[in-house]
Structures are given as C-alpha cells and as structure tokens.
Design a protein around this ligand. Structure first.
Ligand SMILES: [Zn+2]
Length: 155
C-alpha cells in the first residue's frame, strides 16, 4: 500500500483487527520512509461495481455515498448503528451478487427502498421522496405500487 504522504510503496502493517462486526479488517500502517501513519480497511468485494446512471454516465460504485444516503434517511430514527452497518453490507452484497458488473442506479435505489421499507417506514418514505426526484414519475409510481400495494396510489 502506497504511503499517502510521501508516495513510498513499501509501507508496513503495524496492527490488524476486525471491524464492523467482522465485516472489515482495520489495519494501522506505518511508512518507514517518512514516519507517516495511516489506516486502511479491507472488505470482501465480490466484484468491482460500476453504477450506470439514467443519463448513461458511468461511475465507480461508492459504498460511502450509499452509506451517507441511508444514514440521512435514518436520521433520528430508532435504528441501532450496528443494524445500519449490517443493512448496508447486505445491500452491497446483493448488488455484487446480481451477476453483472454494471448496475443501473435505479436498481440500487430500488434495493435500498426495499430494505428500508422492512426496517423503518419513516426512513423509507424519506428516501423514496428523494429518489422520486431522480426518476421518471411513472417508473416510481409503478415501483411503489409493486412494493407497497396497500398504499393508495393517488396521494
Ligand atoms: Zn511515507
């Protein structure tokens, strides 16, 4: 792992320990060239995912971005932080096991909403209202009627 301070590629691992309920390994690293210290996280990655946006643009999947949006939706909701971590790992695992490196952003939104709907209704509605701004209205309505058939569709 290259030192982020001086660029030396020959850094040393000083300490490794499980993090996030054994989903990740946290490593403390040391650079003998400049004395810099930094931390890396190792996670299982079944595939390198690429997000394909509705306008066709592609970008590398960013777990942190997903996590931020989910945490915003769950702000001040009675959901344990560990449960959120597990939920995000579960979503990523699902995306990775779809069998395709390219994942439409729409698919990610749907999986997140599906998961939130099971965990917290308020968070689900928050996320869904944001998601709605990104998508064609008819797609969203169709999705909602599939996901929550008990909701009236004319609200
Ligand atoms: Zn260095």
């Amino acid at each position: 792992m290259r030192c982020p301070f001086c660029g030396n590629v020959d850094t040393q691992v000083k300490d490794s320990r499980p993090a996030e309920d054994h989903v990740a390994i946290r490593r403390r690293r040391f650079c003998p060239e400049c004395g810099g210290r930094f931390t890396t996280y190792e996670r299982v990655q079944l595939r390198d995912l690429v997000v394909v946006k509705t306008n066709g643009r592609r970008e590398d999947f960013d777990r942190d971005k997903l996590e931020r949006s989910v945490r915003i939706a769950l702000q001040k909701r009675p959901v344990e932080p560990e449960r959120i971590d597990k939920m995000i790992s579960g979503i990523v695992r699902r995306l990775e096991s779809l069998g395709d490196q390219d994942v439409p952003s729409k698919t990610i939104g749907e999986i997140v909403m599906e998961t939130l709907a099971r965990i917290d209704t308020v968070a689900y509605v928050r996320f869904a209202s944001v998601y709605k701004n990104f998508q064609a209205a008819d797609d969203f309505d169709k999705f909602v009627s599939e996901l929550r058939p008990e909701l009236p569709t004319d609200t």
